[in-house]
Design a protein around this ligand. Structure first.
Ligand code: GLU
Length: 296
């Protein structure tokens, strides 16, 4: 029975507090999982210390909690999972799928980000080099529950991609695939800025013999300059005390048409309304990035 085994997740990077855009992702994945009577997990993607902000993990968890977005089980911190990433990488090295690459950032930029495989057959030693996964020339197809059919040719559009950086940090692509499998995630719902990563993740799942979850990429909330709300462009943190209006605004932004009078209700009533009325189809009919509501 699919309903019992469905598992969704919210996987923030602790680079700052929650803003409207991240609330939208958290809320949508929560409602989707709860409507399916599935589990909803939180995973803290804390494997890139240079980008992290002290205290952000705790603040994000506090904000989720104060919005009534309660997760199942303990939070998984990716910083505790390095042994698993190392083991998976070793497996891929042994099967000849990984090579080490000495190309510097300037060279990669000059290639417009599409790696040309210059180091593929150089058999460079591991020390101090990035580890890249060989991609093949086939197309990867997947059906996104919101944005529809997608296709990417990794060889032409991405090139061999990095699993471990020169500074030894594991890449997002590697960690996310290993942990989605480890946590038994069946439904991935996240911002459409990550749509472009999906084919890489599916390819990696296949290399590691993992199953493939369902994907749904949400429209992005934009600021008045037309940029995605993000920690990088200083999106405002959600204000404490405004939880009910934040949830209502996020439901409204997600085109779920919450009734006006719901705004005055408790966060539990708002969330229950959201679970009962959640519709991915509505979003799928008009999956356009949209301005965040005024004040966010
Ligand atoms: N940690 C990523 C982020 O905050 C999201 C990862 C994912 O949902 O796959 O952008």
């Amino acid at each position: 029975m699919q309903a019992l085994s469905s598992i969704g997740r919210f996987a923030p990077s602790p680079t700052g507090p929650l803003h409207f855009g991240s609330l939208v992702s958290a809320l949508a994945s929560f409602l989707d999982a709860r409507q399916r009577k599935g589990k909803w997990l939180v995973r803290m993607e804390d494997i890139d210390p240079p980008r992290e902000v002290a205290g952000a993990s705790d603040q994000i968890l506090k904000q989720l909690d104060s919005h009534g977005l309660s997760w199942d089980g303990p939070v998984l911190y990716q910083s505790t999972r390095l042994d698993s990433y190392r083991a998976a990488l070793e497996t891929l090295v042994k099967s000849g799928l990984v090579y080490h690459c000495q190309c510097n950032r300037r060279r990669i930029v000059s290639l417009d980000g599409i790696y040309d495989g210059q180091c593929r057959d150089l058999k460079l030693p591991k020390d101090g080099q990035a580890a890249r996964l060989r991609v093949d020339s086939s197309n990867i197809y997947f059906r996104d529950q919101i944005t529809g059919d997608a296709r990417q040719n990794l060889h032409k559009e991405v090139g061999d991609f990095v699993l471990q950086r020169r500074d030894e940090l594991y890449s997002y692509q590697l960690a996310v695939v290993i942990d989605d499998e480890y946590q038994g995630i069946t439904h991935i719902m996240r911002g459409s800025d990550l749509h472009d990563s999906t084919a890489r993740q599916i390819y990696l799942q296949r290399c590691l013999g993992y199953g493939q979850p369902e994907y749904a990429h949400l429209p992005l909330a934009l600021n008045t300059d037309g940029q995605k709300l993000s920690k990088q462009n200083l999106a405002a943190s959600l204000v404490e005390g405004n939880e009910a209006s934040n949830l209502w605004a996020a439901l409204d932004w997600l085109q779920q048409s919450p009734p006006k009078e719901l705004q005055q209700q408790s966060i539990d009533r708002i969330l229950q309304w959201g679970i009962d009325n959640w519709s991915l189809n509505i979003l799928a009919q008009n999956p356009k990035d949209m301005l965040a509501p005024e004040g966010y």
